[in-house]
Design a protein around this ligand. Structure first.
Ligand SMILES: *[C@@H]1O[C@H](CO)[C@@H](O)[C@H](O)[C@H]1NC(C)=O
Ligand SMILES: *[C@@H]1O[C@H](CO)[C@@H](O)[C@H](O)[C@H]1NC(C)=O
Ligand SMILES: *[C@@H]1O[C@H](CO)[C@@H](O)[C@H](O)[C@H]1NC(C)=O
Ligand SMILES: *[C@@H]1O[C@H](CO)[C@@H](O)[C@H](O)[C@H]1NC(C)=O
Ligand SMILES: *[C@@H]1O[C@H](CO)[C@@H](O)[C@H](O)[C@H]1NC(C)=O
Ligand SMILES: *[C@@H]1O[C@H](CO)[C@@H](O)[C@H](O)[C@H]1NC(C)=O
Length: 596
């Protein structure tokens, strides 16, 4: 019996992509084309796609703005000759971030069953990005044609975290062993095709059980570039999904503002940073190249979707290193053997051959045979903002969903502070970001207690950049307890259905502002933020309503100087922040501190 299962698993795993396995397989090379290009502008594919998306999203934006009850504002004449680009961004933070983000996203989704004032923003957006736990949300949805969060939950197949990534079948040892045996054969198949593997391969395969199990074998043969071929994406029916990871030099453990921020989108992988400033076609990842030209056969299938989001979340590799390895087959034990594994390799994902090898320029990335990527949050920019700060992307407004663990499991603006500071380094010089205060101000001025807008006045950004209107306005929405203590540990990878629902429902309250109960003008105020940059470009004044909104939500430049009182939520309702609940996980109480 056992040998029979063994043979079955081997034959399945060895079926190579593009014909059905995890290992990359050969395909014909694109005729006469370079696989790599300089990152001076958007790719031709993205430009073509944008035209299609705008035809779908522009009317949706008009509908949102009309439903938002904005006074003294004529939607149709305003939108007549300009596309507004909205980018949604979802932070890292493990399953907490994924589920908080799912609730926040649901509040932006026209299809959601509730009365969120922000319904329709998802349909009006051009871009969506996720990093680490946020990439699980974005990657899983993008490969499901951006099905609604509510549909996914009601179908009950995806996002089942009642087991954990390490123990997908909970206490069923036989099933767990079989699962890791299958993963072992996937790894063997990739190795047999002469590709270097790392712990991230195991992590990506294990993670896929929750994110991609609507596909055969947890999406063993599903790639991120498959999104580009899907009918709904081609028809512009959902935003352009981006996953962010960091580049790290081989043998090092330190990441800082000099690290290269990589993005993976349905067409390409690469970076806008000066340390690379190139993109390569995602589908052909795994192909050996020299100066962008295929060198030998072309390969496809390297960009397995689980591997891509596993790369963005490679910090979690350490869970595998620490797990009970008795259920693991020898090939996995060997990969995980910390005795032979230097710390610097624990969290890397190998992209070997390096798609940028010997291409234009002589940065260390272009000289390396092997590209090594790690978790996108390791450079302390835990929200994937940088892809949208390059003027080529022309983003008007960034909707930031921050579910980081900065303090006690809550965000305190650290991510924004990092991205703000990075613009003053060589790597960030083309990625201007609005002024933000330090973390103490975030905590003590209630900037995480209710949504806060940054960069409200482009004219005030002139000491950061000459192209002030290219800097997006930031709508910052931070995880905060409304109906549930949604500050669960980043490394909690097992949630009961109730826990999952609690976190998701809380995220929904954060972005919907309790379905508008905390502010009857909430939709109009976000509308004011969305149209702001274009109004400024046009030299148009804001309506009185928008002025009032900006008074309410814009950070006004104040820096907190007093004693750090923190955002001290306690179950009995003593809070220095604005919103808290009474700790029995059933009802919310508000103290009115957030200018009800
Ligand atoms: C290298 O640079 C040249 C000149 O700037 C450009 O024409 C070419 O497309 C670049 N090649 C790659 C692979 O980026
Ligand atoms: C717009 O105003 C109407 C009437 O007051 C109200 O029913 C509706 O909920 C408002 N819409 C939003 C998005 O706030
Ligand atoms: C980043 O690189 C520059 C030189 O390119 C160097 O001067 C600086 O110290 C580096 N910063 C960090 C934080 O390593
Ligand atoms: C959640 O937040 C509360 C209030 O700040 C804190 O007491 C608790 O320790 C936090 N829980 C976790 C898991 O960090
Ligand atoms: C306006 O610009 C100044 C620097 O010129 C900066 O210190 C301040 O924080 C900015 N204010 C806002 C609200 O962004
Ligand atoms: C922050 O919220 C608390 C509690 O509602 C309130 O007492 C305090 O005045 C607020 N601080 C600011 C700067 O608005």
């Amino acid at each position: 019996m056992l040998w029979w299962i063994y043979l079955l698993l081997v034959s399945q795993a060895l079926a190579t992509l593009p014909s059905g396995g995890y290992a990359p397989g050969t395909i014909s090379c694109p005729g006469g084309l370079l696989l790599t290009r300089d990152a001076s502008e958007l790719s031709p594919s993205e430009k073509d796609w944008l035209a299609v998306r705008h035809a779908v999203a522009d009317p949706q934006l008009a509908a949102f703005l009309k439903a938002a009850n904005m006074s003294d504002f004529d939607v149709d004449s305003f939108l007549a000759d300009k596309h507004i680009n909205i980018a949604l961004t979802f932070s890292g933070g493990g399953l907490r971030a994924m589920y908080c983000g799912a609730g926040q996203l649901n509040a932006l989704d026209l299809r959601s069953s509730g009365n969120s004032p922000l319904k329709g923003i998802l349909q009006a957006s051009t871009y969506v990005a996720g990093l680490s736990g946020g990439s699980w949300l974005v990657g899983s949805l993008a490969l499901q044609n951006f099905q609604s969060v509510e549909d996914i939950l009601s179908q009950g197949k995806l996002w089942d975290s009642s087991g954990s990534v390490i123990r997908p079948y909970r206490f069923n040892v036989v099933e767990n062993t079989l699962q890791f045996t299958r993963i072992g054969f996937d790894i063997l198949a990739k190795q047999a095709a002469f590709f270097l593997t790392s712990i991230t391969d195991i992590w990506g395969r294990a993670l896929s059980h929750q994110l991609f199990n609507t596909f055969d074998h947890d999406g063993r043969a599903v790639t991120y570039s498959d999104i580009a071929a899907s009918a709904d994406f081609k028809a512009g029916k959902f935003p352009f999904p981006i996953v962010v990871a960091d580049g790290r030099a081989p043998g090092t453990t330190i990441l800082n503002f000099n690290s290269t921020v990589f993005e993976v989108n349905p067409f390409e992988i690469g970076s806008w940073d000066p340390s690379l400033n190139q993109f390569s076609q995602l589908r052909y990842l795994g192909t050996k190249v020299n100066a962008g030209v295929p060198h030998g056969k072309c390969y496809a299938g390297f960009d397995n979707a689980g591997f891509i989001v596993g790369t963005s979340s490679s910090l979690f590799n350490q869970l595998l290193v620490q797990m009970d390895q008795s259920v693991l087959p020898p090939v996995l034990k060997k990969l995980l053997d910390i005795g032979t594994l230097p710390l610097s390799l624990e969290d890397v994902a190998y992209y070997d051959p390096n798609p940028f090898f010997s291409s234009n320029g002589s940065t260390s990335i272009q000289k390396a045979q092997r590209l090594t990527l790690v978790d996108g949050g390791e450079d302390t920019q835990n929200v994937p903002l940088t892809p949208f700060l390059h003027s080529a992307r022309d983003v008007d407004v960034l909707i930031v969903n921050d579910n980081s663990n900065d303090r006690h499991g809550w965000p305190d603006g650290t991510s924004l502070v990092s991205t703000y500071q990075r613009q003053f380094t060589p790597q960030g010089k083309d990625a201007p970001f609005p002024y933000v205060p330090g973390q103490s101000s975030f905590r003590n001025l209630n900037l995480t207690a209710k949504p806060t807008f940054f960069g409200c006045d482009a004219k005030n950004l002139s000491s950061l950049t000459n192209n002030i209107y290219d800097v997006p306005l930031v709508v910052y929405m931070a995880n905060r307890p409304f109906t549930y203590w949604s500050n669960t540990s980043t490394f909690k990878l097992s949630y009961t259905k109730d826990q999952r629902q609690g976190v998701i429902a809380n995220g929904y309250q954060v972005n919907s502002r309790e379905e508008g109960k905390l502010d009857s003008e909430w939709a109009a105020c976000v509308g004011c933020a969305i149209i702001r940059r274009q109004q400024e470009r046009n030299g148009q004044d804001q309506s009185d309503q928008c002025k009032r909104c900006f008074q309410k939500y814009c950070w006004n430049g104040e820096i907190y100087q007093g004693e750090d009182l923190g955002d001290n939520f306690t179950p009995d309702g003593i809070t220095k922040g604005a919103t808290f609940f009474n700790g029995d996980n059933t009802k919310g109480i508000h103290d009115g501190g957030d200018s009800l």
